[in-house]
Design a protein around this ligand. Structure first.
Ligand code: F0G
Length: 462
């Protein structure tokens, strides 16, 4: 298994602007966390010390991106920044057509509405919250066809994002190819722990789908992080550039949805990109209803420009090595302390295994939600639940989904925190680990209908 040695390199940037952090007392944190219903999404950012809630839109932009912001062409139609972005998407992702959207889920809405008919099935390598919801809102049913290893936090499989081709073939056999509009392939797989899919596997998915007349749609949100893992781990790719690997991945698919708020180093933005002219026509028409005209898609010209410039920075090997290397630095320190985390370490986050961290809690006592709350109380560090609360309820039975993975995600914004912040994070988790036996679970007292993890509220069990 590859590890990244922290000693041989440092971040390929220096800091030009700083934003002060506020330190808080435990007393203060107890008060605000109770007010927030023990849900870290409901905390105010100013009450957070180190914010590892998400890597989404939390990136530090470069001087070059900020300079690009001043070149925003804020015309309603035909902004020059749209054409810059279109050129970069064609150059690096290789798709023919671009439709910008305000963020990833805007693109998911469009592609789901265009391709899914009520009664359809959409296989995918594990669900993502917003992706599955848009598939369901369009009348489809998501079917998980990821390899079994992905559901086992202890499995060291190097490509836990791989599709199990047998599961895929079984589904197509059962429901018929006409009811499978596309396979939804994520790279990397967020809910599995930031785990990559191998190019060989993606090629096999492509070949199978080509025979069946089924499209492949890539969730390219963290595809460049996936490309880095392919370069590091997949035989034959060590000498290829990230840009070459990305192109090859995209070439196995018919289009992608993209949340630029991750890989592309911006604070807002996304897109849908496709090859098919008819799908593009439909998307270009529909985007006007939900996002804005097809040359801005809900974004300002300056945001389009920052994303176009972000693509060029994100494909740089030195950037990606430092980005993923930082996460390996934290992960390896936690492992050395015996703290249970998902193996292998992921591309955007460390996923702490709350089932093993708090083995005395039942899943309905919300171990991951509890652990995220305890970490905040201990240190002011904000993490996120990725377990039963995030999994939501079955559309059919109304019962909770009981995911095998009950995780707390420590997600690293790109280019934001230093190694000292990483050290404080490790020590804070260690402090919670030392008192884990005394930690009590939570009870859900308010549950929203959609994507409940964002706004659900909890209180302490007695
Ligand atoms: N796909 C993946 C794999 C994601 O991780 C996200 C967002 C989206 C799609 C949706 O993109 O937020 O721009 O609408 N993930 C964020 C996270 C929210 O924290 O993991 P969006």
């Amino acid at each position: 298994m590859q590890t990244v040695s922290r000693r041989s390199w440092a971040e390929p940037f220096k800091i030009k602007v700083v934003e002060p952090l506020k330190m808080t007392t435990r007393e203060h944190r107890e008060r605000v966390l109770t007010e927030a219903g023990f849900n870290t999404f409901l905390l105010r950012s100013e009450d957070v010390y180190i914010d590892l809630l998400t890597d989404s839109g939390t990136n530090a932009m470069s001087d070059n991106q900020w300079a690009g912001m001043m070149l925003g062409d804020e015309a309603y139609a035909g902004s020059r920044n749209f054409y810059n972005l279109e050129e970069k998407v064609r150059q690096y992702y290789g798709y023919k057509h671009l439709v910008p959207t305000h963020q990833g889920r805007g693109a998911e809405n469009l592609i789901s509405r265009i391709l899914i008919k009520p009664g359809d099935f959409i296989p995918g390598n594990m669900y993502f919250t917003t992706t599955r919801l848009h598939q369901e809102l369009a009348g489809g049913t998501f079917v998980d066809v990821i390899i079994d290893e992905a559901h086992d936090p202890a499995s060291p499989h190097p490509f836990k994002g791989n599709v199990n081709l047998q599961k895929l073939a079984d589904l197509v056999q059962r429901v018929g190819a006409a009811k499978v509009p596309y396979v939804s392939v994520a790279a990397t797989v967020n809910m599995a722990g930031g785990q990559p899919i191998a190019l060989e596997n993606l090629r096999q998915v492509r070949a199978f789908c080509a025979r069946q007349g089924i499209r492949v749609i890539l969730d390219a949100t963290r595809a460049l992080e996936n490309a880095y893992f392919i370069k590091e781990r997949e035989p034959g790719y060590a000498d290829r550039t990230l840009a070459e690997i990305l192109k090859e991945m995209c070439a196995c698919t018919d289009g992608c949805t993209m949340s630029g708020k991750k890989d592309l180093l911006v604070n807002i933005g996304g897109f849908l990109a496709v090859n098919d002219d008819a799908v593009f026509e439909e998307a270009r028409n529909l985007v006007v209803v939900y996002e804005g005209l097809h040359t801005y898609g809900g974004l300002a010209g300056r945001d389009l420009e920052a994303m176009a410039r972000g693509i060029e920075e994100a494909v740089q090997y030195d950037h990606m090595r430092a980005r993923i290397g930082q996460i390996y630095y934290v992960g390896e320190r936690l492992q050395a302390l015996g703290i249970p985390i998902v193996q292998p370490i992921g591309g955007h986050a460390i996923f702490v295994d709350a089932k093993r961290f708090l083995p005395h809690l039942r899943q309905l006592e919300f171990p991951a939600q509890t652990l995220a709350a305890e970490l905040y109380l201990e240190s002011g560090i904000r993490a996120m639940e990725r377990g039963i609360v995030s999994a939501g309820r079955s559309k059919e039975t109304g019962d909770h989904y009981y995911p095998k993975l009950e995780l707390v995600r420590l997600t690293f914004p790109r280019r934001v925190y230093t190694q000292a912040h990483c050290d404080v994070t490790v020590e804070s988790i260690q402090a919670v680990h030392e008192v884990r036996g005394a930690i009590k679970g939570l009870k859900m007292i308010y549950e929203p209908k959609y994507l409940r993890f964002f706004q659900a509220r909890f209180e302490h069990l007695p």
